[in-house]
Design a protein around this ligand. Sequence first.
Ligand code: MV4
Length: 458
Amino acid sequence: MDTPKLFDKILIANRGEVALRILRSARELGIATVVVYSQADAGSLTVQLADEAVCIGPAPSTQSYLAQGAIIAAALGTGAQAIHPGYGFLAENAEFADLCASEGIKFIGPSASAIATMGNKSAARLAAVEAGVPVVPGSEGALQSAEDAERFAESAGYPVLIKASAGGGGKGMREVRRPEDMASQFAAAKAEAAAAFGDDTVYLEKLLEHAKHIEFQIICDAYGNGVSLFERDCSTQRRHQKLIEEAPSAVLTPAERDEMGQAGLRLAAAVNYEGAGTVEFLYAGPGKYYFMEMNTRVQVEHPVTEAICGLDIVAEQIRVAAGFPLSVTQEELGQPSGHAFEFRINAEDPRADFRPSPGTITRFVVPGGYGVRVDTALTQGAQIPPYYDSMVAKLIAFGATREEALCRGRRALSEFIIEGVETTIPFHKKMLEQQAFIDGTMTTDYVEHEAEKWSYDA
Ligand code: MV4
């Protein structure tokens, strides 16, 4: 192995808190930073802190953060040797990863082929089966007709889920609870997939109800080394939008943790995975875990994993992309240390069906103290534009035990002041009073079945 060398300069192809998060790790590694920004983000903190900033277009994402050509031109024009895509936008776009390679720019992430395989959910499922990773009982490959779907559902038993191969993250999923609904739901699912993804391929799985969403963070280098950075419980979701994540989960035993982590690493090895990735499982009780999807990007919720592992995941991504071996071995990681929660602070109004609440921040007081981290690019007076995702901050509360982390989370939320827009802070405060959350027995259907009825203090 030639002695690897870190990049001199990288371009960050993202915005908001994750762009600032990446910039901070790059700066600590002594790497110069270039950020691209849209006209709507001209006054952002990230633009102010970057070594160089290139305006790549007007506010709409298609004309800015998704504009592959403009981003490549900015990288070539500034001499950036690598691009970190963050999450969302182009982070899981195989075509962009290929374009970077063809332009001699290192894409900080896995290969285009690994991105493409995991982006096709039925191909990902097949890769999991071949890697000996348990999957939910499902149709083998895409379904050709409603009759195929009816035959599978009769054998597996209702309810079932129709899933779009090109979907993911809950997009293009339809529950079918009765045989008489299959034909119409099958046709609707295909039409929806064709319209949303340009690919009408669908497959079927037995619906697993009242399960937890437990995902494993893995990271692999270019030398065949891979480690599991343990799990995150992401079951507190609303309409497939995660709201609270925690690490480690409150339910896995060390044996399950090792077994599921190794399953995730087998899947990564099967696609020659390099970089950070997340393998999602549905967890229905001891020994009952099933592969759902693999995400080939750094995720919003990565800080809770950093807290329990003592590792900077973004710095590790940059180092691995530059040709360094992993900084840590599985033996050195041992078992998780402590417990962490992440509360997603979205500019949404929980009193009004979580509708977006853009506007100007007139007051902004962030919590602090031991075991508290706030990842945000917001400052007082900042504008929250309507063009992008509504998440404006992440509050991470860490403690030696789950109880300590929970208590610290309550205290930090009580200090967090954001005025000028509505936020999800009242939702988080209320969730931390719920016995199901306190007990760690939350499942993916809780929020929609319970929290929808909540009222909030004025
Ligand atoms: C499932 C499932 C239950 N049974 N598949 C949601 C998006 C992607 N991660 C896959 N997801 C699921 N797939 C089977 N066979 C439950 C989920 C799921 C979920 C479903 C409905 C509402 C919220 C959810 C949150 C996480 C996972």
